[in-house]
Design a protein around this ligand. Structure first.
Ligand SMILES: [Mg+2]
Length: 247
């Protein structure tokens, strides 16, 4: 069995704070560098591919082996030319973007995010009232639209195809690389990380500066709640799950 392991991390609020390095990031980069030939590094992020690659170019982030961009609706691998077509085929089933847009228009308190945050596979809005999230979910279901509603940081509302998301993206990559679930570590801080963090097979860490949405995370044993914030919290979780050393 291969010794390869996979580190799948959210970016904003997990390893970076407002596009700045966080406490522990230097050590995390050092460790990833030490183990580089046996680690597959994935960023699972709400950002676009280009915005993520810019952070890599600026030297803020290690160059990853894959990016699950736009909250796991696009999977990109070097040389970053086009998103993985098989994953795209999986998520396109039963996706009705127009229906989603129409449904959201009925809510006065939902405002669209800028055009560059929209994509074929994602409808992104601002919503300050968290109590409306289940109402949105119900409104989509009532129209027969199968979609996943993500809510993060008390502001960002993303509606994506039901087969998409960070968990689906990470799982697809893990399987394509033939990595055992116990050799994975996933880490995040907010609502759009919940599906990935709750995958019962995967060791996970929630950083200390977690958002309120993560209160609803199940008490699964595999999910370690770090004391330390940001990258230092990821390191704490990696140590607890014996991520670097587990055979
Ligand atoms: Mg985040």
């Amino acid at each position: 069995m291969s010794d390869i392991r996979m580190l799948a991390l959210d970016i904003d609020g997990t390893v970076l704070d407002d596009s700045q390095p966080t406490i522990g990031l230097g050590t995390l980069h050092f460790l990833v560098g030490q183990h580089r030939d046996r680690i597959r590094l994935v960023f699972a992020t709400g950002r676009s591919l280009s915005s993520t690659l810019k952070l890599v170019e600026q030297g803020l982030l290690f160059s990853p082996d894959a990016i699950a961009a736009f909250v796991g609706t696009e999977l990109w691998l070097p040389p970053w030319e086009k998103p993985d077509p098989i994953f795209e085929r999986i998520i396109r089933r039963e996706w009705d973007r127009e229906g989603v847009v129409k449904t959201l228009k009925a809510f006065e308190s939902i405002k669209p995010q800028p055009e560059e945050m929209q994509s074929q596979w994602k409808v992104s809005s601002y919503l300050e009232d968290a109590s409306l999230v289940p109402v949105v979910d119900a409104a989509l279901s009532a129209r027969g639209i199968e979609a996943t509603v993500l809510y993060s940081c008390g502001l960002y509302l993303d509606v994506i195809p039901k087969n998409a998301g960070k968990r689906a993206g990470v799982d697809y990559l893990r399987q394509s690389w033939g990595i055992a679930p116990k050799r994975v570590l996933v880490g995040g801080n907010s609502g759009n990380d919940i599906d990935m963090l709750e995958d019962p097979r995967l060791p996970a860490v929630v950083v200390g500066n977690r958002e309120d949405e993560l209160q609803q995370l199940s008490e699964a044993k595999q999910v370690y709640q770090a004391e330390a914030p940001f990258a230092a919290g990821v390191l704490e979780g990696a140590a607890v799950h014996e991520f670097w050393t587990r055979v």
